[in-house]
Design a protein around this ligand. Structure first.
Ligand code: ZN
Length: 269
């Protein structure tokens, strides 16, 4: 049973990844996210179902558009693969770590919420890395969904109202920290999008896992900046967007927050 669920989630993830490519592109460059057919960005030829099979189409077409033979960015199959693997891991986490493989409404809602959050984070990872933007059209609805899910948890007794209050406090603190960073640092690579992303992450990660999220976010961001300096891709004083690293921190906190904290506390003693 669980094997078939995980295989299903992997295939679902590949398909969602293909959709996330569209979301990431259109949320920055315009166009309706939910309707309209996909077109080649070069020749604008409408793509058919056969051109849109996750990963397989890219491989069969050897990375070229079927119509104009211009190169297709390797980003598209990479995002599809990442999404497939993330969905697969969410299935595993849901089954083993969260131990909620009882087909109740609560556990199914939890699974759907995890898949939703992972998709949002992946979409924002792409938009910030590729275009340096964290579009409101993604962050604001995601904050709405996360808030609704938390309210559902309170109404059905999975968390207390105090627990929700703490999560909200964490969210506002995160937003305040990033507002401060944007305001006082004058960093070109930081903006209002980071404040909203920080709020979203604070809300769904909550206390104390948010500490792991922040730590991993700043650590990976710092390491990546140093690497880019060393290989000469960036010069000192150039900016690197923080959003992609915040999403990596958020995913780590979501999947391994309690374990990483426990490891840290134990190694301190
Ligand atoms: Zn083309």
């Amino acid at each position: 049973m669980i094997q078939s669920i995980i295989v299903f989630l992997f295939i679902l993830g590949l398909t969602v990844g293909s959709f996330l490519n569209v979301v990431a592109y259109r949320s920055v460059h315009g166009g309706s996210i939910v309707s309209g057919s996909s077109k080649c960005p070069h020749c604008k030829h409408t793509l058919r179902a056969l051109d849109l099979i996750p990963i397989a189409s890219f491989l069969l077409l050897r990375g070229q558009c079927r119509y104009c033979h211009k190169k297709i960015s390797v980003r598209y199959p990479l995002v599809e693969a990442a999404s497939g693997l993330l969905f697969l891991y969410v299935g595993y986490h849901w089954y083993v770590v969260a131990g909620s493989f009882i087909l109740s409404f609560d556990s199914i809602f939890y699974l759907i919420f995890l898949l939703f959050i992972v998709s949002v984070l992946l979409a924002l990872f792409i938009t910030d890395l590729v275009d340096g933007l964290l579009p409101n059209v993604i962050t604001l609805p995601a904050i709405g969904v996360a808030a609704l899910y938390k309210i559902y948890l309170v109404v059905f007794g999975s968390i207390t109202i105090v627990g929700l209050g703490v999560d909200l406090l964490v969210a506002f603190l995160m937003a305040a920290i990033f507002f401060g960073l944007v305001y006082f640092s004058g960093e070109r690579a930081l903006g209002g999008g980071d404040v909203k992303l920080a709020f979203l992450i604070g809300l769904f990660v909550g206390w104390p896992s948010i500490l792991v999220g922040l730590f991993i976010g700043f650590l990976t961001g710092g390491l990546a900046s140093v690497m880019l300096l060393l290989i000469g891709k960036k010069r000192f004083g150039d900016t690197v967007p923080l959003g992609p690293f915040l999403t990596i921190g958020a995913l780590s906190a979501l999947f391994w927050g309690p374990q990483i904290l426990e490891f840290y506390v134990k190694s301190m003693l």
